[in-house]
Design a protein around this ligand. Structure first.
Ligand code: ADP
Ligand code: MG
Length: 322
């Protein structure tokens, strides 16, 4: 077995594998276009991000490119070319918009407010398809027009007096609208989601709102992390939302199709002497292997936790103190 350092390997093999899979599914022409879009957009944006941008939480390029392909797949899953109405070129320029959008909300989404201007500049140099006002972050693809439209147009236009208590009123802003749209898309396509931002910007209310609107076939539950959270505590809470179906197989409680676990304040668990945050290691283990080990069995026993989707939010990394 040969182990490669992820940094040396870089993001290109990930992209290549993805475009090869597209070639097998939609044909060589489609895949070639994706490679063209990569040369045109992705290379340049990644390069400016590497040199000129700051991030709240450092991300790896490979992970960002993987997020981009996930988001692209989530959004274009149902898109097909209308045989008669549309030429191949028109269709591909529509697909290009989704490529750009997926890139903005993965590679471009992790940088801070100031660095977004840099990315905006470089993207406007490449191509002038965005309207002149504001940054490229202010636009989404309107499927009716098949073109860019402002997010602000999707905000509820007035605050209707409702029978809600004052503290329950959620005010739509450009940020809530676009974050909700992207998170919902990812959630619907079984991607794991992490929202990062300073405290008080509305991450918790946003996700709680999304969980309220979740399909009744899904079981959702919330775990609030604190400095004192432990990995066995986390495992116990998640397993309590599960039924044991076979010796080592766990399925969501009440025969639900999927369990959506919202972990709030993911950064909080205290950093231990060795530099680890054990609850996060447990989550990482689940993401990588889909199982963890039994804490009670006297033998080594795996618990496969099936159909678990993790949605989380955090501020600055590093653990809380209390
Ligand atoms: N768009 C919004 N409309 C109404 N209240 C909001 C909005 N965004 C944030 N708040 C309020 O701000 C406070 C902090 O939000 P919260 O979701 O807890 O932030 P975070 O989880 O990012 O630290 C909450 O009391 C919440 O009700
Ligand atoms: Mg919060």
């Amino acid at each position: 077995m040969v182990y490669m350092d992820l940094d040396e390997l870089g993001w290109k093999p990930v992209f290549e594998q993805w475009s090869n899979a597209k070639a097998a599914k939609f044909g060589e022409d489609y895949a070639e276009k994706l490679i063209e879009f990569k040369d045109k957009w992705l290379e340049k944006v990644l390069s400016i991000k590497r040199t000129n941008c700051n991030e709240l939480v450092k991300t790896s390029e490979t992970a960002c490119v993987r997020s981009m392909t996930n988001l692209f797949d989530a959004m274009t899953g149902k898109l097909t070319k209308h045989e008669t109405e549309e030429s191949m070129d028109d269709f591909m320029s529509y697909i290009e918009k989704y490529f750009i959008f997926a890139m903005i909300w993965s590679v471009g989404a992790t940088v801070d407010e100031f660095s977004r201007r840099e990315i905006d500049n470089v993207m406007r140099d490449i191509d002038s398809q965005f309207p002149n006002q504001d940054t490229v972050y202010e636009y989404y693809i309107n499927p009716q027009k098949k073109n860019w439209d402002e997010w602000s147009g999707r905000m509820a236009s007035s605050l209707k007096a409702s029978n809600k208590q004052f503290h329950e009123i959620m005010v739509d802003t450009v940020d809530t609208v676009r974050n909700r749209t992207v998170v919902q898309q990812l959630l619907d396509h079984n991607n794991q989601v992490l929202l990062v931002g300073h405290s008080g910007v509305g991450k918790t209310v946003l996700i709680e709102g999304i969980l309220k609107g979740l399909d009744p076939l899904f079981n959702s539950f919330v775990i609030n992390f604190s400095a004192g959270s432990s990995s066995d505590g986390l495992q116990a809470i998640i397993e309590s939302q599960y039924d044991r179906r076979a010796k080592n197989k766990f399925k969501p409680k009440n025969s639900k199709v999927k369990a959506v676990c919202f972990i709030d304040d993911l950064n909080m668990p205290r950093v231990d002497t060795y530099g680890f945050q054990p609850p996060l290691e447990l989550i990482r283990m689940h993401l990588d292997y889909a199982f963890w080990y039994s804490r009670t069995s006297t033998q080594v026993a795996k618990h496969f936790i099936c159909d678990l989707q993790i949605l989380s939010s955090m501020g600055k990394p590093g653990g809380g103190r209390s």
